[in-house]
Ligand binder design. Sequence first.
Ligand code: TQI
Ligand code: ZN
Ligand code: ZN
Length: 170
Amino acid sequence: HYTLFPGEPRWPKDRRDLTYAFDPRNPLTDEVKGVFARAFGRWAEVTELNFTNIESFTTSDITIGFYTGDHGDGEPFDGVLGTLAHAFSPPSGKFHLDADENWVVSGDLDSFLSVTAAVDLESVAVHEIGHLLGLGHSSVEESIMYPTITTGKRKVDLTNDDVEGIQYLY
Ligand code: TQI
Ligand code: ZN
Ligand code: ZN
């Protein structure tokens, strides 16, 4: 079953339109940006939330960046594997990814098989966006919000449990 953060934080009900921006210090390809857009889309499909990519990193609701090691929030990254990414509960909007991971852009199946410790970017993005929106971890093994994932595996489809959790909140 899904869980929520203590106090059930969520984005206010009158905020249906949320914006996100990428840290300008790590320019990303359109392909990578597209992965995040698809990941947001999976949650938008089952709620009335809309997510728009804007340029302004300082004014967007959600901020996304790739960082290595200590990056100033007291939760340093740890190199390959271990912590892959973290996102904070509403209304923080901070979504950080460990730049040291061997990120695989979805659809890139050949590199998926040959890269050691490959981590599927879209799978992690869908999971972290769940946290950004207020979902904690789920006990349902197939759910997006289950706290572990197999290396080299892709898991991007919301389960009923994920949908019930997000529809409770929004
Ligand atoms: N990062 C943890 C996570 O997002 C950070 C974390 C630990 C956390 N406990 C938490 C975040 C409680 C919110 C609430 O779960 S991670 C997975 C999964 C990670 C793990 O790097 O370990 C995914 C990131 F579920 F697959 F194991 C993304 Cl998809
Ligand atoms: Zn961080
Ligand atoms: Zn998690």
